[in-house]
Design a protein around this ligand. Sequence first.
Ligand code: AMP
Ligand code: MG
Length: 319
Amino acid sequence: MAHVTRQVEEAAARLNAGGLVAMPTETVYGLAARADLPEAVAQVFRMKGRPSTNPLIVHLSDASEATAWAADIPDIAKHLMQHFWPGPLTLVFQARPEVSRHITAGQDTVALRVPAHSLARQLIQAVGHALVAPSANRYMSVSPTTAEHVVTQFSGEDLLILDGGPSSVGLESTILSALPGDTLRLLRPGMLDLAAVEVIAGESVSDDVPDTIRVPGQHRRHYAPHTRLCGFSAADAGAWQQDLADSQIGWILCGSPIAPDGPAIQLGAEADAYARRFYDALYQLDARKLKRIWVERPPEGARWQAIRNRLERAITPPD
Ligand code: AMP
Ligand code: MG
């Protein structure tokens, strides 16, 4: 383990005293609290304005800690843990009876992840306990991928922010359920390559989620900036074309060489690079108080599934 900095020590002390810390991870920044301190966990829900029906992911520093939380770890899940942890994969297991139902939102399943960011792992180890760490933003708004984004979400709150630089993945983790006797199911797409998951698992991942598995946090409107966000395809004529000459309209582009008069952020047509900068583009354009933001719709295809999923929820519904 690398030398633990004073900053990590201070953050660990905060968490051990029942406080909250914004923790960098490779997916997005998390609002961390000790998972075994009910008052600290309650404060996470309060600070985010998150409904108590929306469960939290438990962040571990090592896969060996999973047995303290999961009642049953199927062999397929063990392979996935070995291969993809630490990393942007969350697995949902049958929970041990002693796991707090505040964390699981009353369900008898628990979601676990080992983040790959070195500061996150150092912090969890320094604390010596697992951490809950939902995205460090207010409920339904844009997830933070830099320390500055967290500041804009929680200015004035008593929150220590550990700056670990920009998140390298930039979208929330892929969530799979790994329940005993059931097939793997995709509960939330992320940037993890599902084809690689299927190779390691030796079985296919189902998109079908039965009613018995609740998947909260997938509201129609989520991840949304304040500015009205509209989608367009550069290949189709439409209302977006008249807006090209309006300097008060912003643009997020996915490779098209169009040159609007307003502020434009070109995220390119490569999915991983796009994902890394997508939330930052929303934060940047939102701060400019524009009339509207046009987002070029990304292509079809598996590499873009998670990005399309977030975009659908960020785009303002038509009146
Ligand atoms: P995040 O907002 O990134 O912290 O992710 C939390 C999301 O993980 C929730 O909104 C759920 O979709 C999912 N999740 C967490 N725990 C469970 C669980 N026990 N069962 C099913 N989904 C879960
Ligand atoms: Mg979130």
